[in-house]
Design a protein around this ligand. Structure first.
Ligand code: NAP
Length: 307
């Protein structure tokens, strides 16, 4: 396959940290254009909007959308209708219905839509999934606790409706859990929302599998000091633990040898394979868990949050 000519929209933190370097090193893609309201990338054609980029570079074959979820639908719709393959950053949208509609539009246009979940490509996740297959579970505890001031400085969109607050990182844990565990559903949730914000700063989810195995998730953005991105799964054969967002895997207490971190390389390999096969991959299971928490969770007002 010839390298796919790709344009990138939204030159923010994740675009600079991951998409640009991974695309520049990829044999499958050539980064040929950037659409950004504020920023440019030396040596790459720049456009102020996605629409201008589509018009200015008609031979683009794909776009990667790295803006906040609230503005992603209109961009994805325009790109799909223009016949481009689309890579969606996580979460794939602000609502479940818009993501379903995008999948329908992609199918009608005969192009690939990829709803990416980068944490599923952390090195410990696949071996954990393989080890767990067929084993009997006793309980699951997720701790995703980090300091919002450190990780999300200046990101106002994250506190707005559709920004999802602490579910923005929490959905990464849910993307792993929905990938390696049997199906589970929410029984109870508490969302702690700062009195001056629209989105939660902390959330506790109590879910259960069909067999009644408890799955508890604690997300908190007020964590200073050590940060935790841990999933502990108790089984009849002992515990298995993912640490550091899936970068480390322990079976019992034994650290498993793993390849180096390459989440975004894995995502772009998958995107290239989907394009080559003429397929899409739009799994909304993690977003559905967040939607259920909003739907049935209890809201508690907590101290205002100032950045
Ligand atoms: P960010 O630093 O705030 O960047 C988002 C970019 O989107 C902005 O720089 C802006 O780029 C563009 N944009 C377009 N419309 C916007 C609007 N109305 N408000 C704000 N920005 C707008 O955010 P990010 O951390 O890169 O996150 C973007 C997406 O990637 C989110 O869905 C997030 O969950 C996901 N993600 C983030 C990380 C991470 O570590 N930060 C990791 C994985 C995934 P221009 O100025 O160039 O137009």
């Amino acid at each position: 396959m010839m390298a796919v000519r790709i344009g990138l929209v939204g030159l923010g933190k994740i675009a600079r940290d991951q998409h640009v370097p991974v695309l520049n090193a990829s044999p499958d893609f050539t980064l040929t254009a950037i659409a950004s309201r504020n920023a440019a990338l030396e040596g790459t054609a720049h456009f102020a909007t996605l629409e201008a980029m589509l018009e200015g570079q008609p031979d683009l074959e794909a776009v990667a959308l790295c803006q906040p979820p609230q503005v992603r639908f209109e961009a994805a719709k325009a790109a799909l209708r223009a016949g481009k393959h689309v890579f969606l950053e996580k979460p794939p949208g602000a609502t479940l219905s818009e993501v379903k509609l995008l999948a329908d539009i992609a199918r009608a246009a005969g192009v690939t839509l990829f709803a990416s979940w980068h944490s599923r490509y952390a090195p410990g996740v696949e071996p954990a999934r393989v080890w767990l297959a067929g084993r009997r579970l006793r309980g699951v505890t997720i701790h995703w606790k980090e300091d919002v001031r450190h990780w999300h400085p200046g990101q106002d969109w994250i506190w707005e409706p559709g920004g999802m607050g602490v579910f923005d990182p929490g959905i990464n844990a849910l993307s792993i859990a929905t990938h390696i565990l049997p199906p589970f559903f929410l029984r109870d949730a508490v969302l702690e929302v700062p009195s001056n914000r629209a989105a939660p700063i902390a959330a506790t989810l109590d879910a259960v599998t069909e067999e009644g195995v408890p799955v508890r998730a604690e997300f908190d953005w007020r964590q200073t000091g050590p940060q935790s991105w841990t999933i502990l799964i108790e089984t009849e054969d002992g515990p298995v633990r993912l640490e550091k967002g899936g970068a480390e895997l322990y079976i019992g207490d034994v650290a498993q040898p793993l390849p180096p971190e390459a989440e975004y390389r894995g995502l772009y390999d998958r995107f290239a394979a989907l394009i080559a096969a003429g397929e899409s991959d739009v799994d909304v299971a993690p977003l559905r868990q967040v939607a259920d928490a909003y739907l049935s969770g209890r809201r508690v007002s907590v101290d205002p949050f100032e950045a």
